[in-house]
Write a protein that binds this ligand. Structure first.
Ligand code: S3P
Length: 444
């Protein structure tokens, strides 16, 4: 189940980065378009789908559960749905590779169906907590059997025969938990409600509405939301256009900010406010990022971004911002290393349970390259000195975002930076290396 052989990559300082480019489609929306498409009645055409390994595993899982999923052309996919409750038991194990999102959302979708399915993944995914998903699914009536402690993979999930609609308060702000509950709730009679004290990305709610489900979103306290879906709908197929992934755009965006003289245009980037915390933070640091032609596309807001290199200064990033930039801390820490002054990133507990323990992976990678960094509790503190020596070898720990963040770092360090595995990048950003080369990066 592990990923193909690792391949190291070295990034070195070259000239300015220049050009106009589009990063691949949004990973969160790509998973959801396939899963929700499979729960509709009819044919859903998806364009701009991210063809990364994570999403391909979700497509394969949908096939194994009985939906027909066809690749029509580059990024163009057609899903023939089986309807809510229409999944059939898969013959083999559903293997999600490196993807927590694919695995957890499909657990939700299976949790409301009277079938059993076995879930597995690579060594990274086998370490990640699944109890946070299994707990609410058990309230709905599903049963899980895991061979390891704490409900980790591999495990077998038997969905509820008579799913119970629940009101569930998520213990941590997590779109994956919220989405799993809403997907299972689709099969329950009546209303299923998720309450989150801090709003997490809302692509599931948006796509549910897009596919004609009845969804209500209300404010909950100062920062939270209460999301209610009415169960047993007939979801209607509808086309989906996937915008460029802001979490992938983050890497060239930071690269252009820290490599002197750079000027880059990133097109079609989704600007959903629950995803743009990095842009807010980079601007506070003094980054030169301009949104051009903001517009609506396929139920999401998008814009092109012009990014020019600029001097950055250290800032304090409040914990309330974490959900809107949860995947961007590794590359923000890289930006902070090139800033003048201290950057304090607070409330990063969830980073410990991502594809790797990102708090320690980031701190180790920064130290290996001569950056002064501290972890205090759940806070990450980077002492920026405006320049970074580099010269380090970074352990990517089966984590695509650690690999990409440190490749970006090496484009501006004094000595080259080497990451021990760039193959893992294919999980979320196929074409990362050629895209960076096309704008002037020196990678070998
Ligand atoms: C995702 C939610 C986030 C994020 C992940 C994608 C999603 O995880 O880290 O990369 O698509 O729902 P959590 O919801 O667990 O914070």
């Amino acid at each position: 189940m592990d990923h193909a052989a690792s391949s190291p990559l070295t990034a070195r300082r070259a000239g300015a980065l220049k050009g106009r480019t589009r990063v691949p489609g949004d990973k969160s929306i790509s998973h959801r378009a396939l899963i929700l498409g499979a729960l509709t009645v009819g044919e859903t055409d998806v364009v701009g789908l991210l063809e990364g390994e994570d999403v391909i595993n979700t497509a394969n899982a949908m096939r194994a559960l009985g939906a027909k999923v066809e690749r029509m052309g580059e990024g163009a996919w057609r899903v023939h749905g089986v309807g809510v409750g229409g999944f059939s038991a898969p013959d083999g194990v559903l293997d999600f590779g490196n993807s927590g999102t694919g695995c957890r959302l499909v657990m939700g979708a299976v949790g409301g169906c009277p079938i059993s399915a076995s879930f597995d993944g690579d060594a990274s995914l086998r370490r990640r907590p699944m109890k946070r998903i299994l707990d609410p699914l058990e309230l709905i009536g599903a049963r899980a059997a895991s061979m390891s402690d704490g409900g980790r993979l591999p495990l077998t999930l038997t969905g509820a025969r008579d799913p119970i609609p629940i009101v569930y308060r998520t213990p941590v702000p997590s779109a994956q938990i919220k989405s799993a509950v809403l997907l299972a709730g689709l099969a329950a009679p009546g209303e299923t409600t998720v309450i989150e004290t801090e709003a997490s990305r809302d692509h599931t709610e948006r796509l549910l509405k897009h596919f004609s489900a009845e969804v209500r979103v209300e404010a909950e306290g100062a920062q939270g939301r209460k999301i209610t879906v009415r169960g047993e709908p007939e979801l209607a197929a509808a086309p989906v256009a996937v915008p460029a992934d802001p979490s992938s755009a983050a890497f060239p965006m930071v690269a252009a900010s820290i490599v002197p003289g750079s000027e880059l245009i990133l097109t079609d980037v989704m600007t959903n406010p629950l995803r743009t915390g990095l842009i807010v933070t980079l601007r506070e640091m003094g980054a030169d990022i301009e949104a051009l032609e903001p517009r609506s596309a396929g139920g999401e807001e998008v814009a092109d971004f012009r990014v020019r290199a600029s001097a950055l200064r250290g800032v304090e990033v409040p914990p309330a911002r974490a959900p809107s930039m949860i995947d961007e801390y590794p590359v923000l820490a890289v930006a902070a290393s090139f800033a003048q002054g201290v950057t304090v990133m607070r409330g990063l507990k969830e980073l410990r349970v991502k594809e790797s323990d990102r708090l320690s992976a980031v701190a180790d990678g920064l130290r290996a390259n001569g950056v002064e960094v501290e972890i205090q509790g759940d806070d990450l503190i980077v002492h920026g000195k405006g320049r970074v020596p580099g010269g380090g070898l970074v352990a990517t720990r089966m984590d695509h975002r650690i690999a990409m963040a440190f490749v970006v770092m090496g484009l501006a360090t004094e000595k080259p930076v080497r990451v021990d595995d760039a193959a893992i990048i294919a999980t979320s950003f196929p074409g990362f290396t050629p895209l960076l080369r096309s704008i002037g990066a020196e990678l070998s």
